[in-house]
Design a protein around this ligand. Structure first.
Ligand SMILES: [Zn+2]
Length: 301
């Protein structure tokens, strides 16, 4: 194990979980490949009472990890191990360290005794000083495959239809999937997309759909993000023959041509631009749905 490991990757892919796992393994008294979970070292680590594990974090009401508190923690730990073995410093969201605090870590890395280990996590590598990065072994935690996310969500009691949707749209991040699952406004926005953009089959439906969207106008960007994700997934499914794509669409959309879907994607961009330019929301929504209706006509032929 390197003396400093930096775990990077998308938010929610499990960097902190992995960092804690490594830390526990370092402090496990059984000394196997992974932590045993039973020994005194493991139990104390899990209870957060292990004297040789510290978790520097911002002070209450502060956003950054400052050098003073970090230095004190590190100094206490570096001079002597309370348990006579390894010492572990876990810095989650390491980008919250001020540059001075990062330099303090760097200095410690250069001078630290053999058995001091640093475990850092950070979403974006470049948020840390290059000098710190270059002293770390970098572990890039990969996004999870959709099937594994789905299994994990089902295991946590998430209903199957939601688990399916989340596994497709969480970008391989279980943490994000769990956050989305609890966010009722996300599900409300999905439902609004279903009942408006995806349900207009003719001119006669547009007025009611625009009316329904008026209540959701604050969520406009989110509705468009969801619509874009859905259309892209359908397009991707058509291009690759992947199963499951378009499961959220009404049957007619299964007939959509790739050309049509591209035109609808362009219309989403236009809608976004119009929102940015303060075009009346109802007018922009009306225009967008006119294009959807025009395209759906070509699928019925
Ligand atoms: Zn153990």
């Amino acid at each position: 194990m390197a003396h400093a490991v930096l775990l990077t990757g998308e938010s929610g892919v499990g960097k902190k979980t992995l960092a804690r796992y490594f830390a526990q393994a370092l402090l496990c008294e059984k000394g196997g490949d992974g932590p045993c979970g039973q020994c005194r070292g493991c139990r104390r680590f899990l209870a957060r009472t292990h004297p040789d594990a510290v978790f520097p974090a911002p002070l209450p009401k502060e956003k950054t990890i400052r050098i003073d508190s970090l230095r004190e923690m590190i100094e206490n730990l570096s001079h002597h191990s309370l348990e006579g073995g390894r010492r572990v410093i876990v810095i989650e969201n390491a980008e919250r360290m001020t540059p001075q605090a990062q330099n303090c870590v760097l200095k410690t890395l250069e001078e630290a005794p053999e058995d001091v280990y640093f475990l850092l996590t950070c979403d974006v590598e470049s948020a840390l000083l290059p000098t710190v990065r270059s002293r770390c072994r970098i572990v890039r935690v990969q996004p999870w495959p959709g099937e594994r996310i789905k299994r994990a969500l089902l295991g946590q009691g998430v209903p199957p239809d939601r688990a399916e949707t989340l596994s497709r749209y969480c970008e391989g991040s279980l943490g994000r999937a769990l956050q989305m699952q609890q966010d009722e406004s996300y599900w409300a926005a999905r439902e609004a997309v279903q009942k408006t953009f995806l349900s207009v089959a003719g001119q006669k439906d547009i007025a009611a759909a625009v009316q329904a969207l008026q209540n959701q106008r604050d969520q406009g960007d989110r509705l468009l993000d969801i619509m874009e994700q859905e259309v892209r997934a359908l397009l991707h499914g058509k291009a690759t023959g992947a199963s499951g794509a378009g499961a959220d669409f009404p049957p007619l959309w299964q007939e959509a041509s790739e050309k049509s879907l591209c035109r609808i994607l362009e219309a989403i961009l236009t809608f976004r631009r119009q929102r940015g330019a303060n075009v009346n929301f109802a007018a922009a929504a009306d225009h967008f749905m006119q294009i959807i209706v025009e395209e759906t006509k070509t699928w019925q032929a």
